[in-house]
Design a protein around this ligand. Structure first.
Ligand code: MN
Length: 201
């Protein structure tokens, strides 16, 4: 991972129809994510002890100042989120499909678990599929801008899939209907990309 100044990663697609409308996608990436990157760079620039650290190294440090923690976490989580989607979605590799059956019973089992933890999460945050330290796949949520790379995150592991639970991810199109956004997000998941991160672990 590169060190500061961090840069907004370009999107690999121009749109994600019809699940995510263009206005939401481009406000989310070009304004929200861009602002987190800008604030992260400003916060790191004020702290010489953090200069030269990669994003992963920053996230791994305990007791970060909130301005660094929140913006580094949001930069990392959003970078994972964009990579978690592709127009129309994709199918899992046989190895990933087998791991999902092993750890969740079926794809439907994983879908239900992801929806359950996402709906139960109160306030801002993220839902994740991770490869846990024991090698198994696990699903959970983190608050605000926390990511599974933080030592005190509510779920730890290698992030394979990130689902944004902040209202800015869906409110323009879905308003208060979070469950409909989650259903739409499921149709966009780039399981090939998820499998790539699984293989790299
Ligand atoms: Mn977001």
């Amino acid at each position: 991972m590169p060190s500061a100044p961090f840069r907004l990663p370009p999107l690999a697609y121009a749109s994600l129809p019809p699940a995510i409308d263009d206005e939401t996608l481009h406000l989310h990436h070009g304004r929200h994510h861009a602002a987190y990157v800008e604030k992260l760079n400003a916060a790191v620039a004020e702290r010489p002890s953090l200069s030269g650290l990669s994003l992963a190294a920053l996230l791994a440090r305990p007791r970060l100042h909130a301005s660094v923690r929140n913006n580094a976490g949001q930069h990392h989580a959003h970078s994972c989120y964009w990579k978690s989607m592709v127009p129309g979605g994709s199918d899992p590799t046989p190895a990933l499909a087998a791991a999902i059956v092993r750890d969740f019973g079926s794809m439907e089992g994983l879908k239900a678990k992801l929806a359950d933890v996402s709906m139960a999460h109160f306030g801002t945050g993220w839902a994740w599929l991770v490869k846990a330290g024991n090698g198994r796949l696990a699903v959970g949520t983190t608050a605000d801008g926390d990511t599974p790379l933080m030592p005190d995150a509510a779920i730890r592991g290698v992030p394979l899939l990130a689902s944004d639970l902040w209202e800015h991810a869906w409110y323009l199109k879905y308003r208060n209907e979070k469950a409909r956004y989650l259903e739409a997000f499921w149709t966009l998941i780039d399981w090939r990309s998820v499998a790539g991160r699984l293989a790299a672990c």
